[in-house]
Design a protein around this ligand. Structure first.
Ligand code: F6R
Length: 251
């Protein structure tokens, strides 16, 4: 593992030789913090990037090193509209990749509802849930090739609260790999806003692969601006950027 420092910035990025080392490092951070606080508030992401990390968390649970019995989880986002039982929903993704393999109580799962009758009302309801937490202990993040975190897409502003968002063409194309074809990808989603992410005490951003290199470069080296939403993390007090060589190739 090597560390990249950025001139006059307070953060650095850690670059790993392989996904396994990266995932184990991320899991170690979570496990160490969870051991000291059983009532842990864990913010979660879907997508390909955190899958090896979730495998590590499951391994730590199976080894008896951690329990999720008193943990509450808060997912970043969900497509809207989507049937929460459909294979492409983020809820099913989380069940398959983490929840079904650990002792997390069903009532401890928090995620926007893709089948809520009114999207705006659902965004407000989810925001109220987040407000009650006062911020998660750790928020896991991926990054879109367009620089999004959660589904906060590039735009003119950073939006603080949970909101309905229109996915960019790029995000729809990137995520079409999970669907039969691109026309089936929902055009909208409900996402935690930048405020919910920034309220986490620690953020762990995982980025792997060359297709993330430009977004990672803009997030870490450009002045923070809503054109690259992840760049707001430069203002976060404790964000750990975990990259592979591909994602770090433009730094
Ligand atoms: C998913 C999410 C997104 C993904 C991002 C990267 O809950 O919030 O921001 O983290 O789109 O996705 P992958 O990891 O599939 O490249």
């Amino acid at each position: 593992m090597r560390e990249i420092f950025f001139e006059s910035k307070h953060y650095s990025a850690l670059v790993f030789e392989n996904e396994g080392d990266l995932a184990r490092y991320a899991a170690r951070i979570v496990v160490e913090q969870m051991k000291n606080k059983p009532e842990f508030l864990l913010g979660l992401a879907t997508g390909s990037s955190p899958i090896p990390f979730y495998k590590e968390l499951i391994r730590e649970y199976q080894a008896g090193n951690i329990s999720f019995a008193k943990v509450n989880t808060y997912n970043l986002d969900e497509y809207y509209p989507i049937d929460p039982t459909s294979p492409q929903s983020f809820l099913v993704f989380m069940r398959e990749n983490l929840f079904d393999h650990i002792d997390l109580p069903e009532k401890a799962i928090h995620i926007p509802r893709g089948d809520a009758p009114d999207a705006e009302e659902e965004a407000r309801r989810y925001q109220r849930e987040l407000n009650r937490t006062g911020g998660t202990d750790i928020q896991i993040l991926g990054i879109g090739s367009d620089g999004h975190i959660g589904f906060n897409e590039p735009g003119d502003a950073f939006i603080y609260d949970t909101h309905v968002t229109e996915l960019t063409r790029r995000t729809i194309e990137d995520n079409s790999r999970f669907f039969e074809d691109v026309s089936q990808v929902p055009t909208h989603a409900l996402t935690m806003g930048i405020g919910g992410i920034m309220n986490a005490r620690t953020c762990i951003l995982i980025a792997t692969g060359k297709n993330k290199a430009q977004a990672v470069h803009d997030a870490l080296k450009c002045d923070p601006a809503p054109a690259c939403q992840a760049s707001v993390l430069q203002f976060h007090r404790n964000t750990v950027f975990l990259l592979d060589e591909g994602a770090a190739s433009l730094l």
